[in-house]
Structures are given as structure tokens and as C-alpha cells.
Design a protein around this ligand. Structure first.
Ligand code: NAP
Ligand code: MG
Length: 478
């Protein structure tokens, strides 16, 4: 299929990026105790964007102290309806500065501007908006007779795939419930969390209610180990999640873990095929496949296999890969060289183990980290590409003959975050969905997110829920 040439449509806004960012502690900007900084780059051209502070254990301690003071002095005592006004104010400020935040997200992380503009930033604002509405209605989230008491100081650690959105998922319910927070963004994508810190300052939240400490895994570990933190909320890899679970065992601290996934996207032969192909594409190529709930294992009913492969092969040729700042771009940059190497290594293992690779034919930009839209056929369930999370634009396609076989294959994974089902028959949809061990099951759609809807995993995908009423209870004592 021919792909039309499009004229370049670059986003023209360039937000002001400071040369150097300190830590956001107790309502102000502070230099890191160790005077150490690291560089955050634009993965689409490998250019340096800013110097960001590496927080030490002493900085984390200062942030936790500020959060404790703010909890005792202001936030816990504040009338819930007043707390709600602050959370609403954050939602409005994000919306007012949406364009600037979208550009910043794309520059720092490599995702296409159309995704940060149409998904990440509006959904982040929607979470603050939604949870603000809950702040003075928390009794309704509790069992009868229980008081909605906050937990205290929460340590929140987020990954690089949806930097602002993951911060919003965590901050909004915590604040609405009356907790104070120390947030640790990912090393490669700290800029929108720092912009959010500035927004929170301008929204005049009492000092210390939100603190942002940047740094690498050491900063995260210092936050986890801090004795005065009441809860850790972590989104990231299963590997680090396990380390955190071990380190918190027996401390009495609360913990929620949102970890990896290897979701099955099940396509029956009677599926609405046009929609299913789009759902497959959205399921795996959205955000370059850097999505914990990506539909990375495609299970196709055997009689539809040939048709799906022909259509998917054609469809991936029409995806536009390139400059993430171009409004036409579908596939932007891989977040880091490290992640690109990991994708290449896993794709190499797929070829070595005998699977057949199909790739989008296009020229990759000379600079930056890019990987074309890809999928594998002839995949065995034992192959690494069928078992391990690739976290890139790479799909493993397998087949099944009966619904029972589809369910068995879908559940044959240590993970359990999400799944998709495509069929014309409503009863089959519901019957299969009920047997999938996954936190979210999308029927004839994929990647739908809403602040009112809970999200979270089974087994090695973690525990606890974010979103909806369920997400509130994770921030209330009970
Ligand atoms: P990661 O390596 O686990 O990192 C996540 C965060 O933890 C980062 O801020 C990281 O800092 C920090 N960290 C690293 N080592 C730590 C330690 N020992 N103690 C405390 N914090 C530590 O994961 P990632 O590679 O950035 O993110 C990709 C993973 O996140 C994937 O597995 C994906 O499935 C998962 N994810 C899950 C969800 C969900 O909702 N279930 C959502 C999005 C992503 P640095 O950045 O400095 O390493
Ligand atoms: Mg970066």
C-alpha cells in the first residue's frame, strides 16, 4: 500500500526549559545536598535538554520531613471542601498550560505530540478533576460507620512511559484523601513532574504538601527505605517491584504495586475485522509499545490468521515513524538507548528461536532512538518474545482453535494486567472475559482509560488499584 507524502507539520511551541533544575522541597526549589546533577536528553535527537538534580538520602529525608510537617500542620486538618479547591486548581492549571506540557512531555520522552496532546495531558487533568470531586465525599467510599482517615506521608515512584499521567494517577487521589506526598519521577523523563511542581507552587498549595525529588534508582530506594513514610505507591518493572516488596515486608507500611504486563489480545474469526485491526495496532504501537497494558500477545483464531496477517502487514506500512514533534507522527522515539538495546536483544532472540519477523519498511532518522513497527509470526508460547515484556513496538502473533484454548493461552503468563477480546457475539465476549486473569479486559476496544475506572494487576503485574473509588481506598486507613 502506498503511503502519501505529508508535508511536515511540526509543533511550533517551545516551552522555556531551565538550564538546571533543583529539588522541589517544602514549597521551594533547593539544590541537592551532594551538588550532583545529571542530564536529561531528547531521545528523538539525543540533544541535551537540562541538568536535573540527583537527590541523595539526605534530600529525601528533607522532603519527607517537609511532607510530615505539612501533613500535621495543614493538610490533614483542612476542611475537605477546601482541599478539593486546591486539587481542582491543579486540574485547571494543567488544562491552561496543556500545550506547553504536551511539548515538554514529547521533548523529554519521545512520544508523538499527538499522543501527549490528546491523551497524556488531558487525562492527567481529568484525574485531578475527578478526585477533587471526591475530597468532601469520602465517607461514601468507605464501609458504613468507617471514618475516611488519610494515611500520612506517601512516597510515590513513577516510570518514564507516561510521566505526567502516572504522577497524576498517584498525586490526585492521595491529595484528595488528605495525604502529603514525596514524588520521584523517572530519570529519563523528569521535566513534566518538575513543571507540575511549579504549577503546584503557583496554585499556592501549603508548602510541603507535594515534594518532588529527582534522581535515579538510588533516590527511589532512599524513599522506600525512609522510616517516616506511611505508604509507597510504585509503578514500574516487576523486578524493582519485588525489591520494594521485600524491603517493606514487616514494616507496616502500606504498598501498592503497578508492574509489568504481557497482555493477550484475542481475535475471534467472527470479530468486526476493520475495528479489530485498528485495535491491534493501537494495542501494541501506541506510545511505541512502552505501555504496561499493551496488547503484546496477539491470539488469533486459526481460520482468521491469514486475513489478519495480510491486513496487519499492509497497515503497519501506513504508520508514520519519525520526529515526535510532527503532528502527523504515529511512532515516535524509543525512550532511551538502554530501552532500544533491550528491544533489539529480545527481537534478536525471536529470530534465533525461529519466529518470523515482519517489519514496517521505512527509513529511520539518522539520530535518536527509533525502532520500526514490528510483529512476529510462527511464535511458540515458549519463546522469550511470547513470555517477556518487550516494552517496544513488537507484537508476538499466535493462533488458537477453540475459545478454551484461547483462554488457556491468554492466562499462560506470570502477568495479569490487561486483555482484549474481539468478537461479534456479546455472550462469548462476556464468557471469555470472566475467565481471563487480568485486571482490565477490553471488549471490542483497547486502551480505554478513564479516571472513574479502576486499573491494576493480578499476580506479577502487582496489587492495588488506581482510578475510580477503588483508587481512593488505597489512600485511606481502614
Ligand atoms: P523501573 O526500572 O522499575 O523504574 C520505575 C521507577 O522506579 C523509576 O522512577 C526508577 O528510577 C525507580 N527505581 C529504580 N530502581 C529502584 C529501586 N531499587 N527502588 C526504588 N525505585 C527504583 O521501570 P521502568 O523501566 O522505568 O518502567 C517500565 C516498567 O514499568 C515496565 O515493566 C512497565 O510494564 C511498568 N509499568 C507499569 C504500569 C502499571 O500501571 N502497571 C504502568 C506503567 C509502566 P530510574 O528512572 O532512575 O531508574
Ligand atoms: Mg529525557
Amino acid at each position: 500500500m502506498a503511503i502519501f507524502e505529508y508535508a511536515a507539520a511540526p509543533e511550533s511551541v517551545r516551552p522555556k526549559i531551565r538550564e538546571q533544575y533543583g529539588l522541589f522541597i517544602d514549597g521551594g526549589w533547593a539544590a541537592p545536598e551532594g551538588a550532583e546533577y545529571f542530564s536529561t536528553i531528547n531521545p528523538a535527537n539525543e540533544e541535551h535538554l537540562a541538568q536535573v538534580a540527583q537527590a541523595t538520602a539526605a534530600d529525601v529525608d528533607a522532603a519527607v520531613r517537609a511532607a510530615r510537617k505539612a501533613y500535621d500542620k495543614y493538610w490533614r486538618k483542612m476542611k475537605p471542601a477546601d482541599r478539593a479547591k486546591y486539587v481542582y486548581r491543579i486540574a485547571r492549571a494543567i488544562t491552561e498550560r496543556a500545550r506547553e506540557l504536551a511539548v515538554l512531555e514529547t521533548l523529554d520522552g519521545g512520544k508523538p505530540i499527538k499522543e501527549s496532546r490528546d491523551f497524556d495531558i488531558p487525562t492527567a487533568a481529568a484525574h485531578f478533576q475527578y478526585y477533587a470531586g471526591w475530597a468532601d465525599k469520602l465517607e461514601w467510599a468507605m464501609r458504613a460507620g468507617q471514618a475516611p482517615d488519610p494515611l500520612g506521608v506517601c512516597g510515590q515512584i513513577v516510570p518514564w512511559n507516561f510521566p505526567l499521567l502516572m504522577a497524576a494517577w498517584k498525586l490526585a487521589p492521595a491529595l484528595a484523601c488528605g495525604n502529603t506526598v514525596v514524588l520521584k519521577p523517572a530519570e529519563t523523563t523528569p521535566l513534566t513532574a518538575l513543571a507540575l511542581a511549579q504549577i503546584i507552587r503557583e496554585c499556592d498549595l501549603p508548602p510541603g504538601v507535594v515534594n518532588v525529588v529527582t534522581g535515579d534508582g538510588r533516590t527511589g530506594a532512599a524513599l522506600v527505605e525512609h522510616p517516616d513514610v506511611d505508604k509507597i505507591a510504585f509503578t514500574g518493572s516487576t523486578e524493582v517491584g519485588k525489591i520494594i516488596a521485600r524491603s517493606l515486608a514487616g514494616t507496616g507500611k502500606r504498598l501498592t504495586l503497578e508492574l509489568g504486563g504481557k497482555a493477550a489480545n484475542i481475535v475471534f474469526a467472527d470479530a468486526p475485522m476493520d475495528q479489530a485491526i485498528e485495535g491491534i495496532v493501537n494495542g501494541i504501537y501506541f506510545n511505541q509499545g512502552h505501555v504496561c497494558c499493551a496488547g503484546s500477545r496477539l491470539l488469533v483464531e486459526e481460520r482468521a490468521h491469514e486475513e489478519v496477517i495480510v491486513r496487519l502487514t499492509e497497515r503497519i506500512q501506513t504508520l508514520r515513524l519519525g520526529d515526535p514533534m510532527d503532528k502527523n507522527t504515529d511512532i515516535g522515539a524509543i525512550n532511551s538507548r538502554e530501552q532500544l538495546d533491550r528491544i533489539k536483544e529480545l527481537v534478536g532472540s525471536g529470530i534465533d528461536q525461529g519466529a518470523t519477523l515482519v517489519q514496517q519498511q521505512c527509513e529511520l532518522p539518522g539520530k535518536g532512538f527509533f525502532f520500526p513497527a514490528s510483529f512476529f509470526t510462527n511464535v511458540q508460547t515458549s519463546h522469550r518474545i511470547a513470555r517477556e515484556e518487550i516494552f517496544g513496538p513488537v507484537l508476538a502473533v499466535m493462533t488458537f482453535r477453540t475459545a478454551d484454548e484461547a483462554i488457556e493461552k491468554a492466562n499462560n503468563t506470570p502477568y495479569g494486567l490487561s486483555a482484549g477480546i474481539w468478537t461479534d457475539k456479546g455472550s462469548k465476549n462476556m464468557w471469555v472475559a470472566g475467565q481471563l486473569r487480568a485486571g482490565v479486559v477490553w471488549c471490542n476496544t483497547f486502551n480505554q482509560f478513564d479516571p472513574t475506572s479502576p486499573f491494576g494487576g493480578f499476580r506479577e503485574s502487582g496489587f492495588g488499584r488506581e482510578g475510580g473509588v477503588h483508587g481512593l481506598r488505597e489512600y485511606l486507613a481502614h
